[in-house]
Design a protein around this ligand. Structure first.
Ligand SMILES: *[C@@H]1O[C@H](CO)[C@@H](O)[C@H](O)[C@H]1NC(C)=O
Length: 173
């Protein structure tokens, strides 16, 4: 009966998978917020615009006006934030390099979160245009809240750390 061991292996594998699925491994308060930030960055960098509601509240306010009119703006509500992010990213390659976070709990359902991050945008068709290919060192003062059982971004104030965006250079081909 050669199939019997195979069945045991299958059952054992299922049990192992269940023991390690995300419902049985709950991160603590701080790590859950870290994971929410990184999920936000991943959602942005993979241009998963339809997934932004998993990482932002419906009434999210995203204020990057301190970056100046060429690089930032004020967006209110998930629909507007999504549309403006989509327009800002366009066909460019995007990367958010997120630092450690300073988390200040506001009870079990909300936290102030300050991160430092580098936002890079590369437009392969305009590598030398500083409005299209640039990197900005940012500070984000965010409010994360529990919404629908998940930590999500509700408010973000983005400020620029350097005097202006950097215009990166590329090695000659
Ligand atoms: C949370 O952030 C808000 C807005 O920046 C600020 O007014 C408040 O003092 C902060 N609370 C804590 C505990 O850091």
């Amino acid at each position: 009966m050669r199939f019997v061991p195979a069945i045991f292996v299958a059952i054992f594998s299922l049990t192992q998978a269940k023991a390690h699925d995300e419902t049985s491994v709950q991160p603590d308060y701080y790590e859950a917020i870290h994971q929410a930030e990184f999920k936000l960055a991943e959602t942005l960098d993979t241009k998963n615009y339809g997934g932004l509601g998993e990482v932002m509240t419906d009434d999210v306010v995203y204020d990057s006006r301190p970056l100046g009119p060429d690089y930032g703006g004020l967006s209110v509500g998930l629909a507007q934030v999504t549309a403006n992010i989509q327009a800002a990213f366009g066909g460019a390659q995007i990367a958010h390099y997120v630092s450690n976070a300073l988390i200040k709990p506001l009870g079990s359902q909300a936290a102030n979160v300050t991160t430092y991050l580098t936002w890079s945008r590369w437009d392969p068709a305009a590598e030398n245009d500083p409005k299209k290919t640039f990197r900005i060192f940012e500070r984000c003062d965010d409010l994360f809240v529990i919404d629908d059982g998940k930590w999500k971004l509700k408010y973000s104030l983005v400020t620029q750390l350097g005097p202006k965006p950097e215009s990166p250079y590329f090695a000659p081909a």
